[in-house]
Design a protein around this ligand. Sequence first.
Ligand SMILES: Nc1ncnc2c1ncn2[C@@H]1O[C@H](COP(=O)(O)OP(=O)(O)OP(=O)(O)O)[C@@H](O)[C@H]1O
Ligand SMILES: [Mg+2]
Length: 361
Amino acid sequence: MSDKSHSKSNYQRNILDNLNTSVVLLNADLHIEYINPASENLFQISSRQAAGAKLDKIILVEQAFKSRLLYAINNFHPISEHEACITLPDGREIIVDYALNPLQLADQQMQLILEISHMDRHIRIAREEKLLSEQSATRNLVRGMAHEIKNPLGGLRGAAQLLERELPSEDLREYTQIIIGEADRLQSLVDRMLGPNNLPKKRNINIHQVLEHVRQLIQVELTEDDHIDFTLDYDPSLPEIMADSDMMIQAILNITGNAVQALAGNGEITYKTRPLRHFTIGHTHHRLVLQTDIIDNGPGIVTELQEHIFFPMVTGRAEGTGLGLSIAQSIINQHGGLIKMSSHPGKTIFTIYLPLEYAHG
Ligand SMILES: Nc1ncnc2c1ncn2[C@@H]1O[C@H](COP(=O)(O)OP(=O)(O)OP(=O)(O)O)[C@@H](O)[C@H]1O
Ligand SMILES: [Mg+2]
């Protein structure tokens, strides 16, 4: 091995050693080839003890889990699961998110990478419950306020129109027009604050058509000085989803519009779609889920905003209303889906998960 490749593999090993995620490398017979230190910690076993042992040595492999492992290997297909329960040999049960990724390097036997992130279920549920109750409290407050503003607005606008008809001089129309124009602006703001009111009109739609539509809407808004490139990484094998096309366009437009604003005329937006097998959204386990990522290489979301980014009225822009993401979230929730965000300078990802199995139901 040359010095260079030696130091490269040391470097890669170093990364694995420092990951918080547990990584287990398995061969096709489900024997352990390697575990990283995070796995040593989680499973209370040294990598030397683990190497060569059956997976059972660290996880009690029940039938459902085994069939997923075999499915991933036999079909060379990645699988991930959210909030899965796994049992350790000492009987302890832990809740984890895991991903199975088959790997085949040239002239080597097939291997399987098992990545596990452990999250204490109680902490997670408590945190999600707190978030949900905060969200619904804020939403109620916002809707209440929006209703209170909406009612007198109609009267205000009507009175300005009546006044306009009685004006002694045309010059004064300028003022009534301001009242009417501002009342209309406020009206559309409160309509947005109230959010989508109708139930989604679901039919079979192609997610790629939705994404393409949004891309065109964005592109016609760009000027000659803007250099925003779109990278499209679509999985063409994806089935259609049962969804309200206009609502999906709205949700994806809100997210992409933010990315365009963050890029300030220069950067790249990536649309990526993938199927996910065996994925849990909330408490529901789905056989097939559509994952759509909207990625930009802009400056990232300000750290202080990140925790509450989906709340209404949370904005980092002077002229922003802070409604775009909360509307996107309620649309995705109405479709039984989930929306997540991760952001740091140079990479912001909004991920939408939507259940797929009823697409043809
Ligand atoms: N891709 C992104 N990169 C950087 N910051 C972002 C990104 N997406 C959202 N943000 C931040 O999140 C804030 C909230 O976004 P949201 O769409 O909810 O409201 P807004 O864009 O401020 O206003 P509105 O969409 O209602 O006009 C934005 O103001 C911005 O600071
Ligand atoms: Mg926005």
